[in-house]
Design a protein around this ligand. Structure first.
Ligand code: PAF
Length: 295
């Protein structure tokens, strides 16, 4: 099974124009490749809601904070294309850098507020890079729907905000975080963990779920977050960049878990930065599910 790979925006536009003439609804799943089950679950969700699905693959230099990180980002286009073909994706759009950032490119899309705290505070310019490329991909594909994973929860809120603010006619659909059997959130960066780090990594999700469960049953936020941070450090993560309780919609900091909330974390395990988050209200259920999965 193979999948058409399109690299030139003009070609993409003519394919999408033909789909439109047929009356098809078009979905896009933006990615940077190194695809795993998390991405494929978004593609399946997109296939269920749209007639045609485009997956984009562009390792966006503008959202990396260091040249070193960009250089080691996994590039696995051949395997990615095979995975996408196997689930029935219609097109892989893997543009040339010149089609995304042509000579003289001078525009930045910057979303204030939701992009400033959490990862935004530790990765200056990251969300400007994300917002800029996502805006271009929306405009290039002309899709009706776009799918993003909740694993990158802050990114999801940044994209929702930019679409609202700029009146981009696209519906943003969120997909739940997909986890390994031991609870570790799937991420393209997990391949960088050593065998020993991979064994420690699931502790992050475990602590997150347990803390969220206790938060949703009303225990004091400050003490719980302090204790959880110590547990994450004790599990071998360092530094813990943030562990915060934030409102699920606008990411405002919360001192009590008295409305829909999200517990978000970023921490380093060796040379790898891991992020994760969990919805606080449903956390109780998740602790039980995790225990059942481990039993
Ligand atoms: O989540 C990602 O993989 C990237 O941030 C995205 C949305 C494809 C933009 O480059």
């Amino acid at each position: 099974m193979s999948i058409p790979i399109v690299r030139i925006v003009a070609e993409l536009r003519s394919i999408v124009a033909a789909w439109r003439r047929e009356g098809f609804r078009v979905a896009v799943v933006p990615t940077m490749g190194a695809l795993h089950e998390g991405h494929l679950s978004l593609v399946r969700a997109a296939l269920a809601k749209a007639d045609r699905v485009i997956v984009t693959l562009f390792v966006n230099p503008k959202q990396f904070n260091s040249a070193g990180d960009l250089a080691v980002y996994p590039r696995t286009e051949h395997d990615d294309a095979a995975k996408l073909a196997s689930v029935g994706t219609h097109i892989l759009y893997a543009p040339d850098a010149a089609d995304i950032y042509p000579q003289g490119f001078a525009t930045t899309v910057s979303v204030a507020g939701v992009s400033e705290a959490l990862c935004g505070a530790f990765r200056p310019g990251h969300f400007d890079g994300v917002a800029t490329v996502v805006t271009k991909l929306f405009l290039q594909t002309g899709a009706n729907l776009a799918f993003f994973g909740e694993k990158d929860f802050q990114q999801l809120q940044v994209v929702r905000r930019l679409v609202r603010d700029l009146d981009i006619p696209i519906e943003i659909v969120a997909g739940p975080t997909v986890r390994e059997a031991d609870g570790l959130a799937m991420s393209s960066r997990n391949t960088r963990l050593s065998a020993a780090e991979r064994r420690s990594a699931p502790r992050l999700a475990e602590i997150l779920f347990e803390t969220a469960g206790r938060l949703s049953s009303g225990e004091p936020v400050e003490r719980l977050l302090h204790d959880a941070r110590q547990e994450i450090l004790a599990a071998g993560f360092s530094p813990v960049e943030y562990l915060e309780l934030r409102a699920g919609d606008n990411l405002a900091l919360m001192a009590t878990a008295d409305r829909p909330a999200r517990l978000l974390v970023a921490a380093w395990l060796g040379q790898t930065r891991l992020i994760d988050n969990v919805e606080v209200e449903s956390a109780q259920r998740s602790v039980q599910a995790l225990k059942q999965a481990a039993a």
